[in-house]
Structures are given as structure tokens and as C-alpha cells.
Design a protein around this ligand. Structure first.
Ligand code: ATP
Length: 778
């Protein structure tokens, strides 16, 4: 071809050899990153390489840099740690080490490097990239490589993914592995609580985090601990006195257990280390609280084990994004890392994040604790405030509102139970009490409300008992009871009269699509019933995640963990017996969200959704594909295969029928079975993410109601925001008027939002699962 054309092609042709490495401390989800990068790279027509043992592999070269095949990463989603190894590499701190690393990369023809590690690893990466031109110059000038050899590698293309259990990198809300570590911690604290309560003991639980208190803070929020110590925010006053008085206050309320969570790097405001032993001695002091106190140091169990659903999702989406970033990079592109802000995967400049992270450590060192807090993401300081609000136990008179601004707020759960509902109620109640509002429990939804009079066991309307509510942080189900009935079914007039009779100033609803529908009905009935002209807000909570106005509902994370866990176990049994495909039916109503996300987390071979439907053509294509896969399989596939089908994906095909069709078609080459996890999907103990988000969002909801104050009927009538839904949308947390959602964003017949933000993830499930591209049914 003419020269200009070939340069054009060169410019457009993607980088061909992409290497992936894990470095620093291992974290759950790293294998999912490697799987996603390897498969996405291959899918994009590139060669994928793994560098084993972190930077050590780059420096030593040889066998430690390996080309990867599509099937080399089968089953990696459910494996803990990192299967390509990680190491602390001293040589890479030195220029000589980095010089050898550069040479090895060029000799292997590697154009781009994706590094998954903590801030140290990413600092190393940035240094490597900054030095790259001079490293090449040196390699040529010393004759180790020729000018021709280095010609094609003038620009080092590096992309970072933050893999760390500490969640210590600035610029991203979560790092791959942090929610898994948090899940382990919360599980341990939940277990400890039972024994603490039985013996009326105190426990000091030490968690990881030398410079970052994220794990300790979030564990405190999720478990409703009595007191926490984190490096970024030492207590203002004398921490000894403060802790003792808080614990004493809680004991006076009647609490039988005391849990104090302390980060490894906890400091007092003078920068002195606070140790678990000091805390224990204080709690046990005979002249003071004299509590029977034990220390539990969680240590490496926090790193261990398989990744939770969220980490698998994060790892997979970030791996895919990293490969895209590599392919789109030009010599001018700044080195980036892949971050997440609320619910949005974004590319950000690597160096700024590394510098900000270092600034946090410096700020802590120089005892500039406000500076340290400011450098953490917004969620961190918000959660800190949430923790303080929900556990204080003491009334801070300065925070109380003037008498006339205090509101009577009705709390009501609507629809099926979902993980985090109780945590949300608890946080809302705690916040109300701290401001002087009167939180009232409406038991068993609108049905309970309408029929609670007399001896009816259906419901009750009564103030909360804080001692009882305080124990709800980690409880599953709905303690105040929930019901699917809509206000129209209970009788709108009855509901309106009851609101008037109880003189509610506001309503706080927690629930799924029925709750959304209920708020919509209440809003519409305002014309007719003036007593409904009070502010009301909905915190979405449903495993189906189908509430308009949000991309995330409480309970959906818990549900995904259950599903991923179920599928992992089933896949294992499938591979242990014989070659088997499991067809698993998920809940979700007419929303394919959980089926898709579970598919992402377990690496499903196919996912069938109501949004896409299921045709005979699709099914036969998938059957044919599976037959091919099993025919080619020479035993390298260790894990079984999973197909997920949402309960309402098709009127004709269900899990059993698909499993039967597969079995019949397989002619003995493989087996197939159906599995229906059913209500197990609601989960037992809610996930820490659901609990933490419940706390944060519930407080925001009450603050939203509080903006209106009392006796604002006229204002409420004309203000669309007075009936709203809180949601996480992309990178922000927002309230949206229910009216706008009803009219513009709701697919009423299908009971879901019109736009499914997650549909693009379905494509990723298909790509990484190796599913052939289909044409969807009309
Ligand atoms: P964790 O969050 O688990 O601590 P990390 O990535 O921060 O993970 P480190 O031990 O700090 O872990 O770094 C991992 C490796 O990255 C080091 O062993 C070293 O090879 C390389 N590295 C770290 N910092 C630098 C640096 N400033 N210059 C060059 N290489 C570095």
C-alpha cells in the first residue's frame, strides 16, 4: 500500500500486546481484574500477557511474563487473592531495576501495561512512565538494545486499577477488594456481638488501615459500634474521657455489649499511637467502667477469601475500561487510573491521585486532621458524620432544633423486605432524636396503618424505643414490618384521616416499586385530601433495583452476594461431578438488573432478561455454542457453567425447560440442571454496603424532610420536591420529584424505570463469557 496509507493504518491499529500485573498487597477481586483485562484484550484483537509476581516479574523477565489464552482465566472470578502472584520488589525502587524492566518489556514486545495495586504500586508505575524516555536512551546508548528495537516503544502506555483492601487511594470511592474486606470484618463483628451481648462484655476489634480509616469507619457505621478510632480524625478532646462517657451513656441506656473498632494506624490528636491494649485497659479499669473487655485482632482474615459481588463488578468493569483506555491512548494522553465515583466508572489522572494520597499521609503526620479529612472523598466525611450522629447516644443540645421546628415523622416500610431497611430506620430514628424530632413507627405498611386500631394484630403506630432500634444496624428483614398494599387499596381516605389524626408532619418511606407507587398515589391525592400535603420522601429498597430515580436500591447488593455465592457453590458442584450447565432462575420482577449483575459476578455463559426477551433463535444459538464449547473442551475447563434467567424473561421458557432442552441436545456430552434460589435472594444478614448506604441515605432523607418544617401545606402543594425519591444517579446522590419520575421516567406496565442504566453491562457479560453475538428478538 502507499506509504501514507500504511501510516494511517499504523496510527489506527490498536496496540497489540497488553500486559496485566498485580502488585503490592493482594486483595479480593484482583483475579477478576486479570480475567477481564485478558479477555477484553483478546476480544479487541490484542495479545494478552500476564506479568507474574508484580514488578519482580518485570525485572526478572523470562517465564514470569506469559502470554495468556482465553481459557487460562476460567473460573478466576471466584478465586481469592491473586493467581498471578504479587511481591514487594526492592529492585524496582532503583533505576537499575526499572532499566531491566524496560528492556524486558521491549524484548517481549509489550506496548502497554495495566497495573492493579495500591498507592505504592501506582507510584512506581508513574515513576516508570516518567522515566521511560531516559530509560530507552540509556538502553540504546549502552548497546543493550538498538535504536530500531526501541523505535516502536517511544511512549509507555500505563493504566492503573486500584486494588487494595484499605480503600486508601484518593480520587476513587472504592478500591477493588475494600468491600470484600469490609464484609469479612462485619461478619466477624456480627459474630462477636452475640458473645459480647451474652456476657455483657466489651470488645476492642482491631482492623487494618495504617494510614486510612475507611475500613474502621465503615465497619463502625455498618455494625453500629459504640466508638471508633481512625487515623484521619482523632477525637477533639481527651479521647479517654470521651470514649468512657459514650460507652457509659450506652450502658445506661441498657446496652449489654460494647464494641470499639480501632484502625491499626489510630492516633490521638497529638499524633501518638492509640493501641487496642490502651483502650482495653481503660474499659476494664476497676475504678471506671470495669467492663470485662477482650481484644480481637482480625489480621489477615480481612484479606482472605473470595470477592463479594460488588468487588467482582468493580474489578470487571474497571478491567474492561482499562483495556479501552489503553487502546484509546495517544502519546499526549496523561497516564490515568480507573476510578469509581458513586456509581460511575471514570478515568482520572494517576499522578494527581497519588499526590493527594501522599498528602493525606503528610497531613496526618503533621497533625492537620481537617486537611486529612478534606482530602478523602466526600463519602468518607459524610459517613464519619453519619457515624457520629447515629451512635452518639447523648443528646447534644446545640444540635437540637428550636421547639417549633421539630417534626413528627412517620416511618413506613412498603413492599417486600430488603437488606438495609432496618439500618435505614435505625439511622433515621437516630438522626431524628439528635435533632429533637419525634420519629414514629407505622407497623406493617399501609395495610397495618389502615387497620391497626383495636385489637388488630395487623399493625401499630408507636414511638420507637431507641434501645431496641439501636440493635437493628445489622438485622435483615423489616423490624417494623412491611406490606405490599397500596394506599388506594387500604383506602386513601382512611390513610389521609390517620395522617391528620396522628398529626404527622412528614412521611419517610422505605421500599421498592410499591413504595414508589404509594408515594405517587399519595401525591396525586393531595388535591382531595389536604392532610396529605406534608413532605414525603422515599428511600428505595428492593432487591430488584427497579425503582425509578435511582441506579441503586438498598438490598440489591445483599441479593447479589447471595446469588453470587449460590452460583459459586453450584459451579463447584458442577465441576466436581461432571460437565454440567446450571440454569438458574433469579428474581427481579420485570427488571433484569440482578440477573445481569450476578452474571457479571459469576461469569455466566448467558443471561436472559425481560428487557431483551428470549426467542427460539437466541436459545438455539446459545445451545449450539455450548455444544461447541464442550466439544472443544479438552478438560481445561475446571468450573461448571451457569446460565441465568430472570423469572419474567419469557412467558414460555423457564429454567427447567431450558435445562431440559440443553440436556436433550447435549446427547450425553454434558449434563444440565435447573436451580431456583427463590427467597434466599432476599439474603440473611444485609451486606455492609447496603447497611452503610442505608445510614447515609436515610439521614439525607430526614434532612430533606426537615427542610420543609411544620405546617407548610400550601408550600408543599406547589413544590414538586416535597414528594421525592432519593437516588444514586451516575456520580451523584440526588432527590428527584416523584411527579417527574411518574410522568417521564417510569415504565408503568413493566414496573421499572424506562431507561436501564445497566444494560451496557449485559454486553460485557456476553463478551467476557464468550457468548456469540445475537440478534435480539423484535
Ligand atoms: P498496599 O496497598 O497493599 O500497601 P502497595 O501497592 O501500596 O499496596 P507497596 O509495597 O507500597 O504496596 O508497593 C508495591 C511495589 O511497588 C513495591 O514493592 C515496589 O516494587 C513498587 N514501588 C512502590 N513504590 C515505588 C516507588 N516510589 N518507586 C518505584 N517503585 C515503587
Amino acid at each position: 500500500p502507499p506509504t501514507n496509507m500504511s501510516t494511517e493504518i499504523n496510527k489506527m491499529s490498536p496496540k497489540k500486546k497488553i500486559a496485566i500485573m498485580t502488585s503490592g498487597g493482594d486483595s479480593p477481586g484482583m483475579n477478576a481484574v486479570v480475567r477481564a483485562c485478558v479477555r477484553m484484550a483478546i476480544h479487541m484483537g490484542c495479545d494478552a500477557y500476564c506479568v507474574y509476581e508484580g514488578y519482580e516479574g518485570l525485572v526478572r523477565g523470562g517465564d514470569l511474563i506469559k502470554k495468556m489464552d482465553w481459557y487460562d482465566v476460567r473460573g478466576w472470578l471466584s478465586e481469592g487473592g491473586t493467581l498471578i502472584g504479587t511481591a514487594r520488589c526492592m529492585a524496582f525502587y532503583e533505576r537499575a531495576g526499572r532499566l531491566t524492566a524496560a528492556k524486558n518489556m521491549i524484548l517481549n514486545g509489550i506496548d502497554a501495561l495495566i497495573i492493579c495495586g495500591g498507592d505504592g504500586s501506582l507510584t512506581g508505575a508513574d515513576r516508570f512512565r516518567a522515566e521511560w524516555p531516559s530509560l530507552l536512551e540509556e538502553l540504546v546508548s549502552t548497546g543493550e538494545l538498538t535504536a530500531e528495537q526501541v523505535q516502536a516503544y517511544k511512549h509507555l502506555n500505563i493504566v492503573g486499577i486500584v486494588g487494595s483492601i484499605d480503600n486508601d487511594l484518593s480520587g476513587t470511592d472504592a478500591t477493588v477488594g475494600c468491600y470484600s474486606a469490609l464484609a469479612r470484618i462485619c461478619m466477624c463483628v456480627d459474630l462477636i456481638e452475640a458473645t459480647a451481648s451474652s456476657h455483657s462484655r466489651a470488645f476492642v476489634v482491631e482492623v487494618m488501615g495504617r494510614h486510612c480509616g475507611w475500613l474502621a469507619l465503615m465497619a463502625g457505621v455498618a455494625t453500629g459500634a459504640d466508638f471508633i478510632f481512625i487515623p484521619e480524625k482523632p477525637r477533639e478532646d481527651n479521647w479517654r474521657e470521651e470514649m468512657c462517657s459514650v460507652v457509659q451513656e450506652h450502658r445506661k441506656l441498657g446496652k449489654r455489649k460494647t464494641i470499639v473498632i480501632i484502625a491499626e494506624g489510630a492516633l490521638d490528636k497529638f499524633g501518638n499511637k492509640i493501641t487496642p491494649e490502651q483502650v482495653r485497659d481503660l474499659l476494664a479499669d476497676k475504678d471506671g467502667l470495669a467492663l470485662d473487655t477482650r481484644i480481637t485482632t482480625l489480621g489477615h482474615v480481612q484479606r482472605g477469601g473470595t470477592a463479594v459481588a460488588y468487588d467482582r463488578m468493580l474489578a470487571t468493569l474497571q478491567g474492561v475500561e482499562a483495556v479501552k483506555a489503553v487502546l484509546e491512548a495517544t502519546p499526549e494522553t496523561k497516564t490515568c487510573f480507573i476510578a469509581i465515583t458513586e456509581n460511575k466508572i471514570v478515568r482520572k489522572p494517576l499522578m494527581e491521585a497519588v499526590l493527594d494520597t501522599k498528602k493525606v499521609a503528610k497531613a496526618i503526620e503533621s497533625q492537620d486532621f481537617d486537611g486529612a479529612m478534606a482530602l478523602r472523598d466526600a463519602e468518607f466525611s459524610e459517613q464519619y458524620k453519619s457515624f457520629m450522629m447515629t451512635t452518639a447516644g447523648q443528646i447534644d443540645h446545640e444540635k437540637l432544633l428550636p421547639e417549633k421546628e421539630r417534626m413528627k415523622i412517620g416511618f413506613i416500610n412498603v413492599g417486600a423486605p430488603a437488606g438495609g431497611m432496618n439500618a435505614a430506620v435505625r439511622a433515621g430514628v437516630a438522626y431524628c432524636l439528635s435533632r429533637g424530632h419525634e420519629p414514629i413507627a407505622i407497623h406493617n405498611g399501609f395495610a397495618g396503618f389502615a387497620r391497626h386500631h383495636g385489637d388488630s394484630p395487623l399493625g401499630a403506630v408507636r414511638p420507637f424505643d431507641w434501645l431496641e432500634v439501636d440493635g437493628w444496624a445489622s438485622k435483615g428483614g423489616s423490624e417494623i414490618g412491611t406490606n405490599r398494599e397500596l394506599p388506594s387499596e387500604s383506602g386513601m381516605e382512611t390513610i389521609a384521616n390517620l395522617i391528620e389524626q396522628y398529626q404527622f408532619d412528614a412521611l419517610f418511606l422505605i421500599g421498592g416499586f410499591e413504595a414508589f407507587h404509594a408515594v405517587s398515589q399519595l401525591r396525586k391525592a393531595r388535591e382531595q385530601y389536604p392532610s396529605l400535603c406534608i413532605p414525603m420522601t422515599l428511600l428505595p429498597a428492593t432487591i430488584s433495583n427497579n425503582v425509578p430515580g435511582t441506579e441503586y436500591s438498598l438490598g440489591s447488593d445483599t441479593c447479589l452476594n447471595e446469588l453470587v455465592d449460590y452460583c459459586d457453590k453450584i459451579k463447584q458442584s458442577a465441576s466436581a461431578t461432571r460437565r454440567r450447565v446450571f440454569v438458574i432462575e433469579t428474581q427481579g420482577g420485570r427488571s433484569g438488573y440482578i440477573a445481569t449483575l450476578a452474571g457479571l459476578g459469576v461469569g455466566a455463559s448467558a443471561v436472559y432478561l425481560p428487557e431483551e426477551g428470549l426467542s427460539l433463535d437466541m436459545l438455539s444459538e446459545d445451545v449450539r455454542h455450548l455444544k461447541e464449547v464442550f466439544a472443544q473442551d479438552k478438560g481445561q475447563s475446571r468450573a461448571g457453567r451457569v446460565i441465568l434467567i430472570n423469572e419474567k424473561a419469557s412467558k414460555v421458557y423457564n429454567a427447567k425447560l431450558i435445562a431440559d432442552i440443553l440436556r436433550d441436545e447435549a446427547h450425553g456430552r454434558f449434563e444440565s440442571r435447573e436451580g431456583i434460589p427463590g427467597h434466599m435472594q432476599q439474603g440473611g444478614v444485609p451486606s455492609p454496603m447496603d447497611r452503610c448506604r442505608a445510614v447515609r441515605l436515610a439521614i439525607k432523607c430526614i434532612q430533606q424532610l426537615e427542610k420543609y418544617g411544620r405546617n407548610v401545606h400550601n408550600r408543599v402543594k406547589t413544590d414538586p420536591m416535597s414528594a421525592s425519591v432519593i437516588g444514586i444517579k451516575g456520580a451523584s446522590v440526588v432527590f428527584t420529584p416523584i411527579q417527574k419520575l411518574e410522568e417521564e421516567e417510569t415504565d408503568w406496565p413493566n414496573r421499572r424505570p424506562k431507561a436501564a442504566f445497566w444494560l451496557s453491562m449485559k454486553e460485557i457479560v456476553d463478551i467476557l463469557g464468550g457468548r456469540p453475538r445475537h440478534s435480539l428478538p423484535e
